[in-house]
Ligand binder design. Structure first.
Ligand code: ADP
Ligand code: MG
Length: 489
């Protein structure tokens, strides 16, 4: 079609919720980690949302999702992909099967095509095209489209797949179809039938390639390329897939226009050379005793190890104990020294020279122990650290990841043990997300159950609005928003 014949259309429908305005880059990163280690590529990606109400959906759609479907919260892919797509961008969404990808593209698609001039009596659709690899998948998506358009006369959806119902499909298409869900082969067949009087790509402004990895595996690339070649160039196009192999990547880069790519649960939240553990305590003294036990164990292991090793090749296994404040650091240093442990301690309140010399001693002494505040540990690089003890459980994902990153540098392996109190439920939530299945198996089942209970308690709090996924986002962000509002009144 000649470009000048094409009607302009609106792509950007997204206005960031006021609640998110005060979120910093760090807080956004924290929220992305908490939601499921969301990784973004490409510039200009909007912030993820924490709740449906932050997506700017109509009240009908919101009510339908929350009351009828009873979806309490957006899934991670929905939380990040919906804002990105609603802002008009081409998006690649990678997230495992069953993670809610359909709604991620369906809500923005419906929003976009409803804003357009309706099909006139002599026009054939569609405005929105969803391509899927198999009949069954197309049918499933189609049913979901029906759920979201039922009672809405402005949108007629048709499912076009190979099989026997061609006559039925043709009759439905004759009534005009705003949305077509199709397998690529059947869509091309219908395009060529009746020389475009049944279907045309002329008014298509939104294309979805769902289950793109399978579309590709089943050899649909030529058909998709053919279809895309006839759709207007400034269309919006999104691609969703459970996996994203390289050949699909190349294809996506050809078909999409400066896409934002969103990957959920990319596996590298925590360095896989680190083995994560935890212990839960009812009070501080029990926690302190556990710390002492861990340090004593180290010495014991060291003794047996040494007797069988050449003195020159003795290994160096250093440990770092992290605490959350200078006061705790000083208090714990005294207590451990009184109990006969040699430790080196640093925190920002100590004179610079003393910090340098303590750090130097820690580095030059074999099997030494460093006690420090988390803040001071950023960027600390001591390759011989094989054990990290987190004495005050991390309150944010970023903090946790940075802290355990102090061990297992390069190719070394290391352990990270978190000692947490049984009321530190936000930390339990972080650990529950960060620990891998095989690490949970290292713990006795009652500990895992307790962690799970604590984590669920925190999650319930998130759902009810009592707690926020990221402290910064909930606490500081919302507080500053409220104070801004107050000062405006
Ligand atoms: P995918 O395409 O990623 O495999 P689907 O979109 O088919 O996943 O969704 C999987 C299931 O999850 C469906 O039954 C869907 O109704 C349900 N679902 C989607 N979004 C949510 C949500 N936010 N909360 C709860 N359930 C959801
Ligand atoms: Mg799907």
């Amino acid at each position: 079609f000649a470009e000048q014949d094409l009607e302009p259309f609106r792509k950007n429908f997204y206005r960031q919720s006021e609640e998110l305005d005060s979120m910093s880059e760090n807080e956004a990163q924290e929220l992305r980690m908490a939601l499921g280690n969301i990784k973004i590529k490409g510039s200009g990606c909007p912030l993820p949302v924490a709740r449906w109400s932050q997506l700017g959906l109509t009240t009908e759609v919101m009510d339908f999702i929350m009351r009828d479907l009873k979806y309490e919260l957006p899934t991670p892919i929905q939380a990040q992909a919906i804002p990105a797509i609603m802002s008009g961008r081409d998006v690649i969404g990678i997230s495992k099967t069953g993670s809610g990808k359909t709604i991620s593209y369906l809500l923005p698609l419906l929003r976009q095509i409803k804003a357009q001039r309706p099909l006139s009596a002599d026009e054939t659709g569609p405005l929105g095209l969803i391509l899927a690899p198999t009949r069954e998948l197309a049918q499933q998506i189609y049913e979901e489209v029906l759920l979201f358009t039922k009672g809405d006369d402005s949108i007629n959806a048709v499912c076009c797949t190979g099989g026997s119902e061609l006559k039925h499909q043709i009759n439905s298409l004759k009534r005009g179809a705003e949305v077509v869900v199709a397998t690529p082969g059947r869509f091309i067949d219908l395009l060529t039938l009746n020389t475009g009087r049944l279907l045309t790509t002329k008014r298509i402004t939104f294309v979805v390639l769902d289950e793109a990895d399978r579309l590709f595996d089943l050899g649909f690339e030529p058909q998709i390329t053919q279809i895309m070649g006839t759709v207007r160039r400034d269309k919006q196009c999104v691609l969703f897939s459970a996996t994203f192999p390289n050949k699909l990547k190349n294809f996506a880069m050809r078909v999409l226009d400066t896409p934002i790519s969103i990957t959920i649960n990319s596996q590298n939240l925590v360095n896989e050379n680190v083995t994560q553990r935890f212990q839960i305590f009812a009070h501080d003294e029990a926690k302190y005793q556990a710390l002492v036990r861990i340090l004593d164990e180290r010495i014991k292991n060291e003794d047996t190890f040494d007797s069988s090793t050449d003195l020159d090749e003795q290994s160096d296994n250093k440990a770092i104990i992290f605490v959350s404040s200078q006061q705790i650091c000083d208090f714990l240093a005294r207590k451990l020294e009184n109990d006969g442990h040699i430790i080196h301690s640093i925190h920002a309140g100590k004179p610079y020279q003393q910090r340098i010399s303590n750090l130097q001693k820690f580095k030059s002494t074999r099997n030494s122990i460093l006690l420090c505040t988390e803040v001071l540990s950023r960027g600390l690089n001591v390759p011989e650290v094989s054990l990290v003890i987190i004495y005050n459980a991390a309150k944010t994902f970023a903090q946790y990841v940075h802290t355990i990153g102090r061990t297992a540098r390069g190719t070394h392996s290391g352990d990270a043990i978190t000692l947490l109190l049984n009321d530190e439920i936000s930390s339990a939530f972080i650990l529950r997300k960060a620990l891998r299945d095989q690490e949970l198996l290292l713990h006795d089942s009652s500990s895992v159950e307790e962690l799970q209970r604590m984590s669920e308690k925190f999650e319930m709090g998130i759902k009810s609005g009592k707690y926020k996924v990221s402290q910064g986002f909930g606490g500081k962000g919302l507080d500053s928003l409220n104070s801004k509002r107050k000062s405006q009144q």
